[in-house]
Structure formats: structure tokens, C-alpha cells
Design a protein around this ligand. Structure first.
Ligand SMILES: Cc1cc2nc3c(=O)[nH]c(=O)nc-3n(C[C@H](O)[C@H](O)[C@H](O)COP(=O)(O)OP(=O)(O)OC[C@H]3O[C@@H](n4cnc5c(N)ncnc54)[C@H](O)[C@@H]3O)c2cc1C
Length: 524
């Protein structure tokens, strides 16, 4: 960012934090004629964790771009348009979610019916695939767009005080030795977990209810070998397993491996506290080596790899602020809470929050109506974090039980693919709430099955629970997730969507139109 010419600014909205969420919020508000100041304590390009997008996240980017007339942003929603429009902004190809389940201290082996793996494709070919965002480039590009669109940008700024003068929020701090004073009618916190408003307002941390305590250990590498080159399969999988969010799951945690197109790979582990303690997670690289020593097939991938920056240890991954909004402020969902990288829920939750909050600021004026709307925003944000936490919590409890883990995770894939499809068909009301949380049947059943899954005794027959999960999924399954002949390899097939027309309350012609708009061919 260039040095802002003034150190005193009046704005309609002050956004604190210029990660992707702060900049996207700024761009949308600017398009609605609001004066925006964007305040960042660091300087782009900078490392940020949280890299893997999903079909729903990308659809929300499209919706945001269309609603606020941001064509340059829309190109970031698919691998193909990204490569053609922003070739200098690094990213990775994400064709789906790949899971391999490892018993500790044993090499990976699987059965013909893939008892120890799960692959769920998100796209039928590369051009319309999702991406991993290389955040140093991506966030920098968005911050530049926000500045070019008219946001007043302060980087390297340390905010020290937040106080109120009449109906204005006054943010004071310093930037490179010079005082800064920002007066704004509304403050948006986009600073991530345990961020600016959480401290400035002295807010309480909310409880963790379903997740065990987890820690993070991560960095970027070069030289990570592809899993498919080390473990070729006689039959081609639905997509190359490394062109995906690759999850190596084991009792007590999991490792993500996300490849970028600039030679770097993001990899890290989310570990329950006992496992983190056993490997000495705060010790960084040494702990990583100790973890890999228990996972011989994963270690093969990292045999010649080199970390390109020091390991980051996060002593507590999950976070929840007890409050999310007040009369003149709101946290984006990513500042309000973090559950876990598993299932890549951070981006869609945050993008849903941006769409809601910008709409709210556009259509309400300060006063009781806005306060009621903000109270609703807070309730929705916390409830969506709850639904996510409950499912991810159950997945943590079943990491040593691949069959149940996979069955539970299909609830996520069913809800996510159904939600994306009905939004694309212009029927978002059919999928109320993130993970269909507000659906009168799916919402409560997701919670109930997650709760039963989390407490299911290992090795005991659970036919009842598995049958119940299947019954819950069936009306929303538009991706062949209940077709056991697929042996937990799920491609994206146009025919599955066609066959699901009735579930989607759509005609075959509408489905054909959707497939064409989305870049499918009927052969896929
Ligand atoms: C280990 C891990 C892995 C994850 N992986 C995924 C994933 O694969 N997919 C997914 O969807 N989600 C993932 N998430 C969640 C994801 O990281 C967040 O949703 C995402 O980073 C939010 O982006 P953001 O722009 O809101 O905040 P951030 O990326 O956290 O950016 C916040 C910005 O605010 C600035 N800032 C902080 N404090 C201040 C301050 N006081 N004053 C001024 N500026 C400040 C920071 O410098 C930074 O630039 C992951 C989370 C973790 C912890």
C-alpha cells in the first residue's frame, strides 16, 4: 500500500484487517457509495493461513462479484478464469477433497473397496475447478483492488484505542511514528480470531462445546512429492488425488497438503492436545519430524521437502467470541470464530457473513432497526459456528474409525453440494442456513447424528446410525453419495444432477441450463 496522505480520516465504515475478507467487504461497501478506511497492522504481501476454497465459497465469490459489480473479483472463483485473468496471482488446483486414513506406525494400505480412503470431487474438469489461495498474492491483489476502488488504506498501523464521540467510533493509534485518528460511523472487524475488537472491547471468549482441544503446526514447503506418484492405483481415481485438499487422517489428528502452482505446498497438522504434547508441538520442525516418524507413508512425501519459512505453532486452533456485533460494530465470521481447517468451512462462513453484513449496512440506518438486524447477524453467525463445530467435533472423535468418519462427512458433502446447486438454480430457500442448519429435518438430524457419531463405541455395530445418516442424506444427495458401488470415490457427473431434478424442484431443462452455465459437458 502507498502511504496514505492524511493521518486523520472520516469514514462511513472503518474496516480493521486487510486479509481477503476485509478487502472484499471494502470493495462491496465502496460500490454502494460508502467511504471506507481499511486499517492493517502489517504490510502486503504477507503470509496468512487458510488457503483451501470450496464450491460454495467460490459460488459466494461469484454472487458477491455479481451483486456489487466486481468483474475482476469474479475471475478468482474458478481455476480457469483465475489462470487467464490473474496469472501472476499464485494459487493451487483443487478438484476435490481427498482423505487417506492411516493407522499410526504402519504404512498406508487399502482394500479394493477403499475402506481407508474417500475422494469427493468438486468439479468435473480443471477449468471450472476450485483453488487453494496463495494468500500472500491473493490478499495483496484484493487489497490493491480495494485501494484502487477508493478505500483509504493504512498499513503498518497499530490501533491503540477505540472510543465513542456521539455516534462516531474513534480509532486511534500510530503509523510509522505518526499518530492516526479515524472517525467512523461503523467498525467492521476483519482481523481474524482473538483480533482487534475482541481485545479493544474486552469481550469474553465463548465456550467450545463439541470440539476437543486442538493445536496447529504448519508452514510452506518446497519439494513435497505427490501422493499419486508414490502410490499409483491400477484404476484412475475421479481426479488426481493431489490436485485437491489432501487430508492424511490418523488417530488424534490430521495433516493437510495443498499444492500451489508456484512450486510451494502448504502443509500442516491439526492435532488433539495429547498428540500435540506427545510430539512436542511447540518445538516446530522437530515436532513435525516426530509426527512424520509415526506416519511412514506420509513421511515419504516429505522425504526431500524443505520448509521455506519457520513452522508456526498455534497452541489453540479453535476460538469463539462470546459477542459478535453491537450497535456500531460487527465482527466478520472469521473474527468471531474459528472451528478447524477440516472441511474448509472458514471461507464460506466468512463470505456468507460479508454478504449479510454489507446488505445490512446498505439497507438499515443507525437506530433500533439496525440494532435488531445486527442482533440477528450475531445469532446467525454463532449458530453457524455451532453447526460446524458439532460436525467437526464428531469427525475428530472418529479419526480412528474411517468407516464412521466417512459416513458422517458425507452429511457435509450432501449439504454443501445441495446448497450450491439450489443457489445456482436461484432457489436458495431450499437450503436454509449453512450446512442446511435451518432445514426442519436436516438441521436437527445433522446435530443428532453428529452427537451419536461422537459417542459411538468403536468396533460396535452401528447399522442403525449408518442407516439413519443415509436416510437424512437421501433427499439432498445430488452427487451419488449413497451409491455404494462407487466405493467412496465420487466423481462429479452431470447425470447425477439430472437424476436429482425432482429433489432440486427443477425441470430437466433447468438442470441442463445450469450445467451449461457452469461449464459442464453432458458427457461428464
Ligand atoms: C490452521 C488453519 C487453517 C485453515 N485452513 C482453512 C482452509 O483451508 N479453508 C478455509 O476455508 N478456511 C481455513 N481456515 C480459516 C481461514 O484461515 C479464515 O477463514 C481466513 O483466514 C479468514 O481471513 P480473514 O481475511 O478474515 O482474516 P486473516 O487472514 O486472519 O487476516 C486478518 C488481517 O488482519 C490483520 N490484523 C490482525 N490484527 C490487527 C489489528 N489489531 N489491527 C490491524 N490489523 C490487524 C492481520 O495482519 C491480517 O492481515 C483455516 C484456519 C486455520 C487456523
Amino acid at each position: 500500500m502507498t502511504l496514505a496522505p492524511v493521518q486523520r480520516v472520516d469514514a462511513d465504515v472503518a474496516i480493521v484487517g486487510s486479509g481477503f475478507s476485509g478487502s472484499l467487504t471494502a470493495l462491496a461497501l465502496l460500490q454502494r457509495g460508502m467511504r471506507v478506511v481499511l486499517v492493517e497492522r502489517g504490510r502486503h504481501p504477507r503470509f496468512a493461513i487458510g488457503e483451501s476454497s470450496t464450491p460454495l465459497a467460490n459460488l459466494l465469490i461469484e454472487e458477491l462479484a455479481d451483486r456489487y459489480d466486481l468483474p475482476g473479483i469474479r475471475a478468482f472463483s474458478k481455476w480457469g478464469t483465475w489462470q487467464r485473468t490473474h496469472p501472476r496471482v499464485a494459487c493451487g488446483l483443487k478438484r476435490g477433497f481427498t482423505f487417506y486414513f492411516h493407522p499410526q506406525n504402519q504404512r498406508f494400505e487399502d482394500t479394493a473397496d477403499h475402506a481407508r480412503q474417500l475422494m469427493v470431487a468438486a468439479s468435473p474438469h480443471d477449468d471450472i475447478a476450485d483453488t487453494h489461495w496463495y494468500r500472500p498474492d491473493f490478499d495483496h491483489a484484493l487489497a490493491r483492488e480495494a485501494e484502487a476502488a477508493g478505500a483509504v488504506c493504512f498499513d503498518m498501523t497499530r490501533l491503540e484505542h477505540l472510543r465513542h464521540e456521539g455516534d462516531l467510533s474513534i480509532l486511534e493509534g500510530e503509523r510509522e511514528g505518526r499518530p492516526v485518528r479515524i472517525a467512523a460511523r461503523f467498525v467492521v472487524d476483519a482481523t481474524g480470531p482473538r483480533g482487534f475488537l475482541h481485545h479493544a472491547l474486552g469481550l469474553e471468549e465463548g465456550p467450545r462445546r463439541w470440539l476437543p482441544g486442538t493445536q496447529g503446526l504448519f508452514t510452506h514447503f518446497e519439494g513435497v512429492k505427490r501422493w499419486d506418484s508414490l502410490n499409483p492405483t491400477p484404476v484412475a481415481p475421479p481426479y488426481p488425488p493431489d490436485d485437491a485438499a489432501l487430508h492424511q487422517v490418523f488417530p488424534g489428528g490430521w495433516i493437510w497438503i495443498l499444492r500451489f502452482n508456484n512450486g510451494l505446498t502448504s502443509a500442516g497438522a491439526a492435532l488433539t492436545d495429547p498428540l500435540a504434547a506427545a510430539i512436542g508441538a511447540p518445538e516446530g520442525a522437530a515436532a513435525w519430524s516426530r509426527l512424520l516418524a509415526t506416519l511412514p507413508s506420509v513421511a515419504d512425501q516429505f522425504r526431500d521437502a524443505r520448509a521455506t519459512m519457520p513452522f508456526v505453532h498455534s497452541p489453540r486452533l479453535a476460538f469463539r467470541s462470546a459477542r459478535v456485533a453491537g450497535p456500531t460494530w460487527a465482527m466478520l465470521p472469521s473474527a468471531a470464530g474459528v472451528i478447524d481447517p477440516l472441511l474448509s468451512t472458514g471461507f464460506p462462513l466468512t463470505l456468507l457473513g460479508i454478504l449479510r453484513l454489507v446488505d445490512l449496512l446498505e439497507h438499515t440506518v443507525p437506530g433500533p432497526e439496525r440494532e435488531a438486524a445486527l442482533a440477528g447477524y450475531e445469532r446467525t453467525t454463532l449458530a453457524e459456528l455451532d453447526a460446524t463445530e458439532q460436525l467437526v467435533g464428531a469427525l475428530y472423535r472418529t479419526m480412528d474409525d474411517p468407516a464412521l468418519f466417512k459416513r458422517l462427512s458425507l452429511m457435509y458433502f450432501a449439504a454443501a453440494s445441495f446448497s450450491e446447486t439450489v443457489r445456482r438454480l436461484g432457489r436458495p430457500h431450499l437450503a436454509p442456513g449453512f450446512l442446511l442448519r435451518e432445514h426442519p429435518v436436516f438441521g436437527p438430524e445433522l446435530a443428532a447424528c453428529a452427537s451419536l457419531g461422537a459417542t459411538a463405541p468403536q468396533g460396535q455395530p452401528r447399522h442403525e446410525l449408518e442407516a439413519r445418516i443415509d436416510r437424512v442424506i437421501e433427499p439432498f444427495d445430488t452427487a451419488g453419495l449413497l451409491d455404494r458401488r462407487r466405493r467412496d470415490w465420487y466423481p462429479v457427473l452431470a447425470n447425477d444432477l439430472m437424476a436429482s431434478a425432482a429433489k432440486l424442484e427443477a425441470t430437466p431443462a433447468e438442470i441442463a441450463g445450469l450445467l451449461e452455465r457452469a461449464g459442464f459437458s453432458m458427457r461428464e
